[in-house]
Design a protein. Structure first.
Length: 213
């Protein structure tokens, strides 16, 4: 009987939290669009996103760019941002499959982001027209990093239950394999570490709120 009461209470709390979230003003993040075009040795090039892309992503906040290093390595960066009212992330495999990529392998592995942080992220090997690319990805919620949509949604729900506003972003890095998989992974991981402070700065809920105020 006690277990049933706990379930009922949690269900009611969740319903109240969801109702409250859907009846408040959405958060915005115009700061994301000013994400730096130059980061360290990397120089960015904007890839325009059509309106239908934003509609399919279910958010007006997203950037798509190619970043090139002085030695000619190019990494494709995609970042999409959602507030806590509508976290509509699509599975990375589904998004890539929608533009003709076939996922050949999927793994989760740890990456050192900086000297103090080691996080689990997702890695995909994809193929399109006999050309293979390596993809690294993760979800981030105010500094919390995970490759799992389930863990991300649970974390957001817990914040909803405390009536605390929050947001989340999806970060995806992609690079064609022209030399070897190991070389490609090393380049992607270096770029991941180089941009990480900027990912925090341009996706964190408090930074977005202060920029928009």
């Amino acid at each position: 009987m006690k277990k049933y009461l706990i379930v009922i209470v949690l269900t009611l709390l969740t319903s109240v939290a969801i109702f409250k979230v859907h009846n408040i003003e959405p958060l915005t993040n115009k700061k994301l669009f000013s994400f730096p075009m130059r980061i360290g040795q990397w120089t960015g090039q904007e890839i325009p996103m059509e309106d239908w892309v934003f509609k399919s992503l279910e958010t007006p906040y997203g950037i798509l760019r190619n970043y090139r290093s002085p030695d000619g390595e190019t990494v494709n960066l995609a970042v999409t941002w959602y507030d806590d009212r509508e976290v509509a992330f699509h599975a990375p495999e589904a998004c890539l499959g929608g533009v003709g990529n076939k996922v050949k392998e999927k793994t989760i592995y740890p990456v050192i982001f900086d000297k103090d942080h080691n996080h689990q992220i997702g890695k995909l090997l994809v193929e399109r027209n006999n050309n293979r690319s390596l993809v690294l990805y993760y979800f981030i919620n105010d500094g919390y990093i995970t490759p799992s949509q389930t863990k991300l949604r649970t974390r957001i729900l817990l914040k909803r239950l405390r009536f605390k506003r929050t947001s989340a972003a999806f970060v995806r890095l992609m690079m064609p394999i022209t030399k070897s998989r190991e070389h490609t992974k090393e380049v992607l991981e270096k770029y991941l570490r180089d941009i990480f402070p900027y990912i925090i700065e341009y996706t964190h809920t408090d930074r977005a709120k202060s920029y928009n105020s």
